[in-house]
Every structure is written in structure tokens, then in C-alpha cells.
Design a protein around this ligand. Sequence first.
Ligand SMILES: *Cc1c(COP(=O)(O)O)cnc(C)c1O
Length: 363
Amino acid sequence: MALIRLSKSSIGNEEIKNVNRILKKEFLGMGNEVISFEKKLSKYFKREVVCVVNGFSALHLSLEACGIGKKDEVLVPSLTYVATYQAISASGAKPVSCDVDFETLNISVNEIKKKITPNTKAIMPVWFGGNPSGIFEIYKIAKKFKLRVIEDSAHAFGSYINDKLVGSFGDISCFSFDGIKNITSGEGGCVVTNDKIIIKKLKEKRVLGIKIKKNQNKWSPQVTTQGWRCHMSNLMAAIGSAQFNKKNFLKKKRQKIAKIYDQKLSNNKNIKVFKRNYNQINPHIYPILNMKNSTNKLFLFMKKNNIEVGRHYFPNHLLKKFKSKKLKITESVSKKIITLPIHGDLSEKKQLKVIQCLKKFYV
Ligand SMILES: *Cc1c(COP(=O)(O)O)cnc(C)c1O
């Protein structure tokens, strides 16, 4: 049997047609296609949206737009992709590693309370596997200590909590549209917020700090802030726009896959599955814990059987650049965690093969 992929883009004729349309126009850079993609997203979130070149830039520019930099501290869970940490350190601020909650795998609320100092300026929670649980408690603490919340919602496009769409409320929410995320624009990302000042700053920062001209007849460029070159292109927006139209279809597929894993694996004593409400959450990854001391072996066993599995994530506080004190749950989880194939094109037949193979490992 062919390789079963952990994750992949799900691309159809709509994306190809859209990209061709842009190629034929010979306007590949940032233009009307980006504006129209932003309008679609904005209508969805009922908030303003700024599209950028990737999720990393969405986080980095958001921090800078909040004025967060040198001597500032940002609370972040160690169990995340290194992009979250690098975005904080790119702003000049210090990522302060927090442990995660064992059941949600999101930043632990108690850890936040413990690690707030006078230098803390923001919390950057990561919605692990698309699960935004803890979000309301986090906003309560942020309000009390006057902190900004910049959500790393890279996993959570299309996720709901208490029937509220992630990104449609709160302070700042950053999404990624990279090739394997819930929807993709090739590479890409966006920032969603109600804060008009942040929106204006982001729009400058993504195009080298160049201020948007009010009077088009007068040649008066102006730059007052550090900018970067990380806008989205028409070519990317063309893919993103086609993906956006099938977001619900793709979400239903992911939710169905997660429910089947839950059902088939939850009574296996060698495996811990995580209880999630997959009618609300759009599962970007599907984590399990291997409760035997054999995760490397399991990883290699699946690979030998032509099944890609993932290890999300290596703790950031164990990396040289971000080295900090022991975080018990993160370290224990990272030794046991395996993520199983989940994407819009995974057939039930292939998924059952993944489940079979897992069970075979434990006999
Ligand atoms: C993908 C991802 C990012 C970064 O997004 P890119 O578009 O790849 O830059 C950040 N945080 C998490 C948790 C991610 O999974």
C-alpha cells in the first residue's frame, strides 16, 4: 500500500483554476486578489483581517504592532512549533516558557499566574490541535494584569468554543495557511482583531513600513516604523480563496477522522486519547500518548509500515536558544506523544490501516 501521509494539502480544480486566472493576468504580487481574500475572511470572522506571508509573520508583526520588544516578557507554552518562540524572540522580547495542562495540552492557567512578572506584556497561547479550551480563563487573567493576548491560532482555523468562532472574539488571533494547515494558501497567514490601531500598524509593517497614502495624487511616501516584507501575494490569495470556499467540507472530514480514532482507540490501555468536542473543534492534528516506554520504536514501526506519524512537539525550553527550567508535564508528554494521519484526503480505508497497524504494535 502506498504511503499514508500524516498531513497534506487537499487541492482540486478550483485552486488550479484560480491560480491560472492570476497567472494569465500577470499580476502575481499583492493586489485585488489579496483584498478580496481579506474581505472573505473578514466577513467570516466579523472583524478586520490582515493577510501576511505566513503564520510566523502574523505572530511577529502582531507583537511589534503591540509595541512589545526588548525587556518585555511573553508567556508561551513550551509544547509548540518553534515558530511561536522565534516570533517572540524576533520582536526582541523574551519567551517565558510555561508548562501545559495534561488534558488540553494548552498553556496551563496556573503556570501563567505563577510566571507573570512586572515585565510580562502578553500571553501567547497555542490552541493545540485546534482546541481553544482555557481561552476564557486566559482572557480573565489578561484583563486583571492588563496583558495583551496574541493567540497562536495556527491549528484552530474553523474551531469553535461554546458556539463562538476562534478569532471572532478576544484580542488578537493569528492564523497560518501553510501547506498542511486546516486551509492553505500555499504559505500564508493572517491576523484577526478588532483593534483599528493594530490593523493600521500591521498594514504598514507588512510592506516595509510604508504608510498607506491618503492622497493618491500627491507623491509623499512616509516611513515611521520598522517594517518587513511579508505581505501576501495574489498567487497565494488565489489558492486561499478556493480553499476558503471548501473550509466546511474539509473541516467535516477532519472531524469525522478524529471521531473514528476516538471510537477505535479509546478502549486501548496502551494509548491515551484526548477527550475533545469534535462537533466544535476543527482538529488540525490528532495526538495520542503511548503509555508504554517505546515511543521511538512505535514511530519507527509505523514508518516501516509506510505510515507517517508525527511528534508534536519537541519542547522549546529544551532547545539551546530558549533553554529554561524543567517543565514536568511538557517533558513527559513530549516523550509519549505521537500524532496520527489526519487531512482532507485521508480515506476511511487508509485510516483503518493506521488503526490496525497501531494495534499490531502492542500485541
Ligand atoms: C504552523 C504553525 C505556526 C507558523 O505558521 P507558518 O505559516 O508555518 O509560519 C505557528 N505556530 C504553530 C503552532 C504552528 O503549527
